[in-house]
Design a protein around this ligand. Structure first.
Ligand code: ADP
Ligand code: ADP
Length: 216
């Protein structure tokens, strides 16, 4: 059986930041749907071209496309032990498809779904100051978590950039989409008895501590 953890929370809650630490501490693969889409986009694959418009508008990429991309990624041998899912599922049909896939592939079921709670006003400030690394998906914040050298990733030395969809107008739409389409997942996982609520407004290290306690 694989160990599967789903990180829930709005855009900017800290899912990517925390997923990196959890995957290292628990020795599980880190699967970020956003990073997978951005990788397809940079390679101009058919999937990347299809996803581009949705991502630029801050809308969700259609479920069927997203689900098949994740199924393919989870079939990889590095997921046999388990994975931290960051950014997927984001709709109830995606969560149902994940459950089916986990059962069919004998991987088991989602063990824990920590929900990193952060209020909307804070999210805008977080995304507005986010700097991301192209190579490994590491994330920084110009005020809250600055890199040692401006514009350079501490971990792999690659250049940092500001995401096109982190502009204020797109952020507002992403937060709206989150409340409409992703919040029902909180109830979905609560009903399954695997939800853990974490206060995401605390400093990064404190959130990490609570997250680790919730999944250990
Ligand atoms: P998500 O993957 O949920 O969109 P990220 O991990 O990319 O979120 O974090 C969004 C931004 O907020 C990044 O710039 C990150 O450095 C910063 N950040 C993450 N967690 C915290 C925190 N607990 N306090 C302050 N800033 C944070
Ligand atoms: P954030 O850091 O704000 O949580 P992501 O990097 O996870 O954002 O996602 C960026 C964009 O990629 C989303 O706005 C959406 O267009 C697309 N995307 C990522 N994950 C999914 C998903 N599970 N379902 C549909 N679209 C997704």
């Amino acid at each position: 059986m694989a160990d599967l953890i789903v990180l829930l929370g709005p855009p900017g809650a800290g899912k990517g930041t925390q997923a990196k630490v959890l995957s290292r501490e628990l020795n599980l693969a880190h699967i970020s749907s956003g990073d997978l889409f951005r990788d397809h986009l940079s390679r101009k694959t058919e999937l990347g071209v299809l996803a581009q418009g949705y991502m630029q508008r801050g809308e969700l990429v259609p479920d069927n496309v997203t689900i098949s991309m994740i199924r393919e990624r989870m079939a990889n041998t590095d997921c046999a032990k388990g994975a931290i899912l960051d950014g997927f599922p984001r709709t109830v049909p995606q969560a149902e498809a994940l459950d089916l896939f986990l059962a069919d592939s004998k991987m088991g079921a989602v063990r824990k779904a920590p929900y990193i709670k952060v209020e909307a006003q804070v999210l805008v400030e977080r995304l507005g100051g986010r700097w991301s690394c192209r190579a490994g998906g590491h994330v920084y914040h110009e005020k809250f978590n600055p890199p040692k050298a401006a514009g350079v990733c501490d971990v792999d030395g690659s250049a940092l950039y500001q995401r096109e969809d982190d502009k204020a107008e797109t952020v507002a739409n992403r937060i709206r989409v989150y409340f409409e389409q992703t919040t029902p997942l909180i109830e979905y996982y609560r009903r399954k008895g695997v939800l853990a609520e974490i206060d995401g407004a605390m400093p990064i290290e404190d959130v990490t501590r609570e997250l680790l306690a919730s999944v250990r």
